[in-house]
Design a protein around this ligand. Structure first.
Ligand SMILES: *Cc1c(COP(=O)(O)O)cnc(C)c1O
Length: 393
């Protein structure tokens, strides 16, 4: 498609030139209802006034100064994140992967510092996706993610998802932390862990004196109708990572932790040039200020109910194409049958003017902006129904 780019993406042959609210417009001015949100990134949709104004104001001041100095926008965003989570301290970076890398480093540093350096391994569960560094692909060692990249550092143990006995059996004297997404996105294909399971995981962490890391890079920042997905289970992690929706389109990642753990990272132990820069943090502040407005999250839960009811209706109508509605809030999925691929559904949606995202295990993902309206969900379901009825012929 393009002679000058690496071929590491199987791109759809479309390019967008403008966005407004829940819509994107391509080079031919065709409108698309954006139920991809750049993979759960455009939390406030496109050209949200508060986000655009915050960015423009910062651009008119200055862009970058480095963590050699205090950055008030960073301090304000950290304070807001701590006020609205279990955490006491925040470390900023530029992406989800970087946040998870920092989490692994923090786990190691903390275990060293408290005199248990033998606790150095990480335990992940089946269907995990935590990013694509050499360290983190060890959490999802299957298929194209690892083909040709071996040998991987042998730092991860794996247990099947939803099986507490198997998880306990995988814990060993070297286990430092369990890492998991409360609602799996890419790998697990929109798989929500039950409150009982997460409570069981927390209990194992207490019993074996290991840390619990929640990866809320995709399911955090209001995506599920709670600010953090783990709030559904009332289980608190020791460490949490987030990114994607936090910047509403600006690259930003964050590592959150309780003070006692965060203190393990001393001056010089970790850092990144761009992490927590004024522009990204201005975006994060604008997004967070919207998310914590009264009723914002309640509205997401109502829209989520609307979406899940509609998807369940499609499962009933097209049982030969889709078998199951998955997920919660505005992070949902539709599992396709063996008769059809998720890519075929996503392609048909694109043709009809609806942007969707494929996920693992033959699932189609629905990730509209958190500001999506009732009418837009209705319209998206009409477009999806048209696509499914064409595919079923
Ligand atoms: C997207 C994602 C990542 C990786 O984030 P990047 O910003 O792409 O590096 C890690 N974990 C989860 C759960 C994700 O959804």
């Amino acid at each position: 498609m393009n002679d000058y780019l690496f071929s590491n993406y199987a791109r759809f042959d479309v390019a967008f030139v403008r966005g407004q609210g829940s819509y994107l417009y391509d080079t031919e001015q065709k409108a698309y209802l954006d139920f991809a949100s750049g993979i759960a990134v455009s939390a406030l949709g496109h050209q949200h006034p508060a986000l655009s104004q915050a960015l423009k104001a910062q651009v008119d001041q200055f862009l970058h100064c480095s963590n050699l100095y205090r950055i008030p926008q960073q301090e304000a965003l950290a304070e807001l994140l701590c006020q609205h989570s279990f955490a006491d301290k925040v470390l900023f970076c530029n992406s989800g992967l970087e946040a998870n890398e920092a989490a692994l480093k923090l786990v190691r540093k903390y275990q060293h510092q408290r005199g248990t350096p033998e606790k150095q391994r990480f335990l992940a569960v089946g269907g995990a996706f935590h990013g694509r560094s050499l360290a983190l692909i060890g959490a999802s060692p299957e298929g194209k993610m690892i083909e040709g990249f071996t040998p991987l550092p042998d730092w991860f143990d794996l247990a099947p998802a939803d099986d507490l006995d198997a998880l306990e059996a995988a814990i060993n004297p070297e286990t430092a932390a369990i890492i998991l997404e409360p609602l799996q996105g890419d790998g697990g294909g929109i798989h929500l862990f039950s409150a009982e399971y997460l409570q069981g995981v927390r209990a194992l962490c207490e019993q074996y004196d290991i840390l619990l890391v929640f990866d809320e890079i995709q399911c955090g920042n209001g995506r599920t109708g709670k600010l953090w997905c783990h709030e559904y289970s009332a289980v608190e992690p020791d460490i949490m990572t987030t990114a994607k929706g936090l910047g509403g389109g600006m690259p930003i990642g964050a590592l959150l932790a309780r003070a006692e753990i965060a203190e393990a990272m001393t001056a010089g132990s970790h850092g990144t040039t761009f992490g927590g820069n004024p522009l990204a943090c201005s975006a994060g502040l604008a997004v967070m200020q919207e998310l914590i407005k009264p009723d914002f999250l309640a509205e997401i839960r109502i829209r989520g109910e609307q979406l899940s009811t509609a998807l369940q209706g499609l499962v009933a109508e097209y049982p030969h194409l889709c078998t199951e509605q998955l997920g919660i809030g505005l992070m949902q999925g539709l599992r396709c049958t063996a008769e059809i691929t998720n890519i075929a559904v996503v392609s048909a949606g694109l043709k009809a003017g609806l942007l969707l995202v494929p996920a693992g295990r033959n699932v189609v993902r629905f990730l509209p902006p958190l500001t999506v309206s009732e009418g837009e969900i209705t319209q998206a379901m009409t477009l999806l129904q048209t696509s499914l009825s064409e595919l079923s012929q």
